[in-house]
Ligand binder design. Structure first.
Ligand code: NAI
Ligand code: MG
Length: 356
């Protein structure tokens, strides 16, 4: 029997509601496929701040490093927004955790389940059949460049810096070319090379590497145009690769193709230990109300099985289970559709588990 240890970091907000259903499903998968999962829970974000006063305790990092993969819920909320920057959940926990685990690539598939075509705010003929993946650079760019804040005679001055090295661009680009090679062989590199110097280096590097992937069609697109194209004609895309912040924004936008941000999973890879988390945040507006859609987290657990454990069949099993529950007409409140049954977070989790 294979054995894997999974670090479980629910976080705060809806994090503690959406992670248990995913863990429960992994337990069922373990029984079905004869995999011995050991789950080690640890604190992060607001939950850690409240308990021990720091957003990313040393113990949590240790648990992550000693595990085979990490399952993360979400963190952040108004309660901790006024803390100094380095203590805020996102800057003080999420970014350093990704950096510490050397997770430079964030993979976000955007798939529209046929059952959810009418849940999308976009027209059926525009979105149906969309199958794209965004590869977001995760440990460089605007979120990681030097930050500064200083007083001026009349107010303050705040600085963020967008930095990339050739090596950082090359490694994410190679992963993107390889991913496109295994799919429909089209890669769209998204930058702002008409204005940003880092964007020019990004574009030059992608163009240079393209010679090694003659079977992949590379196109360059400015990020503002990409934002438009994603809602105008999303089916034109196969693989998109882009800078950290651009990827963050574009994937929230792209989530509307799949009906809800509650449907969008992610995998962060590149280091020894992969990290799997929904693409959304801690949704303080619906936290504690059993309203959150757990499917993004459940589908992130499926990505864990696929990427970290090479259990492709088990991952497929989870995706099928989700499709089956949607097919039977069950929806969480974020996916309101005529004539469908609205269920809570827990019930949705139980329904998916019941299909395994
Ligand atoms: P958000 O993604 O938490 O919520 C945006 C909207 O989507 C809200 O209306 C929310 O109710 C809804 N939503 C999100 N996930 C949902 C789900 N699973 N089911 C149903 N509805 C869902 O983004 P927002 O409001 O900008 O940020 C809230 C907090 O989360 C902030 O503190 C932010 O910094 C943090 N955040 C954390 C992330 C993480 O932990 N990886 C990522 C993004 C934001
Ligand atoms: Mg985001």
């Amino acid at each position: 029997m294979v054995k894997y240890t999974i670090a479980v970091l629910p976080g705060d907000g809806i994090g503690s509601e959406i992670v248990p259903p995913a863990v429960n499903i992994l337990k069922k998968i373990g029984i079905k496929y004869d995999i011995a999962f050991e789950f080690k829970e640890a604190l992060i974000g607001g939950a850690a701040l409240d308990a021990v006063g720091v957003p990313l305790p040393e113990d949590t990092l240790k648990v992550c490093h000693q595990s085979d993969a990490v399952l993360l819920g979400a963190i952040g909320g108004p309660k901790w927004d006024t803390l100094p920057t380095h203590l805020r959940p996102e800057v003080g926990a999420l970014l350093p955790l990704r950096k510490d685990l050397a997770l430079y690539a964030n993979i976000r598939p955007v798939i529209l389940y046929p059952e959810l075509v009418s849940a999308s705010t976009l027209k059926e003929e525009v979105v149906s059949g969309t199958d794209l993946v965004v590869i977001r650079e995760l440990t460089g760019g605007l979120y990681f460049g030097e930050k500064k804040r200083e007083k001026t005679a009349t107010g303050e001055r705040a600085v963020d810096t967008l930095v990339y090295t050739t090596e950082e661009i090359e490694r994410i680009a190679r992963l993107a070319f390889e991913t496109a090679r295994g799919r429909r062989k089209k890669l769209t590199s998204v930058d702002k090379a008409n204005v940003l110097e880092s964007g020019r280096l990004w574009r030059e590097t992608l163009s240079r590497l393209a010679a090694a992937y003659p079977d992949v069609e590379l196109e360059h697109m400015y990020v503002d145009n990409c934002a438009m194209q994603l809602v105008r004609a999303p089916k034109q895309f196969d693989v998109i690769v882009t800078e950290n912040t651009f990827g963050d924004i574009l994937t929230d936008q792209a989530s509307m193709i799949s009906g809800s941000i509650g449907m969008l999973p992610s995998a962060s890879i590149g280091g020894q230990v992969g990290l799997y988390e929904p693409s959304h945040g801690s949704a303080p507006d619906i936290a504690g109300q059993d309203k959150a859609n757990p499917l993004a987290t459940i589908l992130s657990a499926a990505m864990m099985l696929e990427y970290s454990f090479k259990q492709v069949q088990a991952a497929e099993d989870i995706k099928q289970a989700v499709a089956s529950v949607l097919n039977k007409g069950y929806r969480t409140g974020d996916l309101v559709q005529e004539g469908k049954m609205v269920v809570g977070t827990q019930e949705m989790g139980n329904l998916v588990a019941g299909e395994i």
